[in-house]
Design a protein around this ligand. Structure first.
Ligand SMILES: [Zn+2]
Length: 295
């Protein structure tokens, strides 16, 4: 069943768990996510990023995800991650995405709100739900692939506090934009951490008490489990994961390829360890976030 993010997150908010949202770039990642979600009875939230959608990539990725939805019983959501261009959002909606993220987080408040409103008008008219971002989670704007892999954001701003979501702005932003989910900056960043993050649960608590929309945490990879669980207790309903699954994929491929002489080996064998490692990460996130056994 293909569902919108609004339905998925409403249940998560009510029952205080978070849905792990996985960015997927190829068949092996899609298959690993849907197989483990089915085994764990967890909703499956797929996300795609622009570099993988270019050059007709959108046709292939969406076809695979929509096909997965037919052969499994858990609900599936197809979400566009970190779009900054209206054209990309329209293309995603035309291709069957049930949810989109518009990321205007680097813009001043008024501009971010105005552009987000433009997106919600277009998306809601087609029954598609919208996530926006207020405050700015470091790095990886519109994901070029490489910048996702280094968490460098705090080095670039004078005061990291300035990039955190301001609870005072949340109510007005949601009133203006009518967004279905709100990504907040509370101390995580995208990619692989150089030092352990310290989430600002105090700030999250304030935001959750004000926000009509369910809250989203980006940069979930590498954030310690105890902090993640605390964030879920205080209102986080969706956590984005990419880097940790990529690490499983790439380390599995590297170790497998290092061990073989025959480089004409079939991909189905080359990917064996990569798939095992991705599945482990996916299962661990589902159980840690409490989304197992929810469907
Ligand atoms: Zn993100």
């Amino acid at each position: 069943m293909l569902v919108t993010m609004r339905e998925m997150l409403a249940d998560a908010r009510e029952k205080k768990y978070a849905v792990p949202a996985f960015d997927v770039s190829n068949y092996e990642m899609i298959k690993a996510v849907i197989d483990v979600c089915e085994e764990e009875r967890s909703p499956a939230l797929f996300m795609c990023l622009k570099p993988d959608l270019q050059n007709k990539g959108i046709k292939f990725l969406t076809a695979m995800i929509k096909e997965a939805e037919k052969h499994y019983t858990v609900p599936v959501c197809l979400h566009l991650d970190h779009a900054t261009e209206l054209d990309d959002i329209k293309e995603a909606i035309d291709n069957g995405f049930t949810s989109v993220m518009y990321d205007g987080s680097v813009l001043p408040f008024e501009q971010n709100a105005a552009r987000t409103l433009e997106v919600t008008k277009i998306a809601h008219a087609k029954g598609v739900t919208v996530e926006a971002e207020l405050g700015h989670v470091g790095d990886a704007i519109a994901g070029t692939g490489e910048d996702i892999l280094t968490k460098d954001s705090t080095a670039k701003v004078d005061n990291p506090e300035d990039t955190l979501t301001d609870p005072e702005e949340v109510r007005r932003f949601i009133e203006i934009t009518d967004v279905d989910a709100l990504a907040v900056a509370i101390g995580t960043s995208h990619g692989v951490y150089r030092s352990t993050p310290a989430l600002r649960i105090d700030r999250l608590e304030k935001i959750e008490s004000i926000s009509k929309s369910p809250l989203v945490l980006h940069g979930g990879s590498g954030t310690p489990d105890d902090q993640v669980k605390e964030a879920i207790r205080h209102g986080i309903t969706k956590i984005n994961i990419y880097s940790e699954v990529l690490y499983g994929l790439n380390s599995g491929l590297r170790d497998k390829l290092n061990g073989i002489q025959n480089l004409s080996m079939w991909p189905v064998y080359v990917y064996e360890d990569a798939i095992t490692r991705m599945r482990e990460v996916i299962r661990n996130k589902i159980r840690t976030f409490g989304s197992a056994g929810r469907v």
